[in-house]
Design a protein around this ligand. Structure first.
Ligand code: TRP
Length: 329
């Protein structure tokens, strides 16, 4: 039996965070043996907010370097940049024409982002999910590892695929969201009730994958907890402590019970330092490799050109099938 296909991606806007690593990339690394994986950098989606052109370019390469430094093998996986496989934009447009305004209006990400960027509520922000559907459907992906916040976009992707198949016959595979419970949501260190976000205004809220060890330690020491001084997993009443436990658990693979035992009677000071050290030690080899790779522009270029060529093989096949069916010459 052939391997199941996985596709996922991260937007090229902003710096990657510990949340991106523990919630996404780290899991992708685990899946690379078992599945046929496509991992992309969604730089077209980044255009839905304003970017400095140089910065967008650099961020795209930085994410690519981090994918590899974190352990994604460019030979085993197809790693590519969205804009370099033109089929994404083309199928994106086609799917726009099969997506209803009403469906798009219900997207919580659209509502959130329109609030955040009230001066730039552009059409791309609105049709974002149709382009994301194109990303997924082009590769006939079976599984799409995403965070909880992307579930709604996966639902609309499934609806679009079903709609198209019903109209024109079996074309797309109906993809499933693959949300890993334990590590799906790393929350902010200052506001543990919302997801750790690269666009946080309070920099102490987020650990960037490029942060130096001293910075990481400082941020963990400042992390918001509560006044109980008991390390216990209870996201409802102890969101801060539970988030730190979550981070520690995804790094050490320990259960919440084991972690509670480990820090019984020890207080938050020691707990925070231990979590910080675990994070620092996990990131250290990745950061070293990252710096090396990022300096080797030729290597990076080779990887993304190779990746795009491989991705295009499957993407163009699917797109041709679609065009044939809808009567586009
Ligand atoms: N929208 C996703 C996010 O912000 C990124 C993304 C773009 C994506 N295309 C995708 C994720 C396709 C999975 C599959 O996290």
């Amino acid at each position: 039996m052939s391997k199941k296909i996985i596709l996922s991606g991260i937007q090229a806007t902003g710096k990657l965070t510990l949340g991106n690593y523990l919630g996404a990339i780290n899991n992708w690394v685990r899946m690379q043996e078992e599945y046929n994986c496509y991992y992309m950098i969604a730089n077209l989606h980044s255009l839905t907010v304003r970017n400095e052109p140089e910065e967008l370019k650099n961020n795209t390469l930085k994410i690519l370097a981090l994918y590899i430094a974190a352990g994604l093998n460019p030979e085993k996986n197809t790693i590519f940049i969205q804009s370099q496989v033109k089929e994404h934009a083309e199928l994106g447009w086609i799917l726009d024409c099969y997506t209803y305004m009403g469906e798009l209006s219900r997207m919580t990400q659209f509502k959130d982002k329109s609030q955040k960027h009230a001066d730039n509520i552009n059409a791309g922000l609105f049709t974002y999910p149709a382009l994301m559907a194109a990303d997924i459907l082009l590769y006939k992906a079976d599984l799409v590892p995403v965070g909880e916040d992307q579930r709604q976009h996966l639902e609309i992707t499934r609806d679009l695929a079903e709609r198209f198949n019903k109209l024109y016959g079996e074309t797309f595979v109906i993809p499933e969201a693959y949300v890993r419970k334990e590590s799906a949501r790393i929350m902010g260190l200052q506001d543990p009730t919302s997801k750790m976000s690269k666009s946080a205004t309070n920099l102490n809220d987020v650990i960037f994958l490029e942060d130096e060890p001293e910075v990481i330690l400082k941020k963990f020491k400042k992390a918001v907890t509560d006044s109980e001084n008991i390390v216990k997993f209870d996201p409802e009443t102890k969101p801060g402590v539970s988030n730190l436990m979550q981070i520690y658990a995804s790094i050490t693979n320990k259960t919440m019970e084991e972690i509670e035992k480990e820090f019984e009677g020890s207080g938050y000071g020691n707990f925070k330092t231990t979590v910080a050290e675990a994070v620092i030690n996990t990131l250290k080899p990745i950061q070293e490799k990252y710096k090396m790779i990022l300096n080797d522009k030729e290597y990076l270029e080779k990887i993304y050109i190779d990746g795009a060529n491989r991705a295009r093989e499957l993407a163009s096949k699917t797109l041709n099938e679609v065009k044939e069916k809808i009567g586009i010459l």
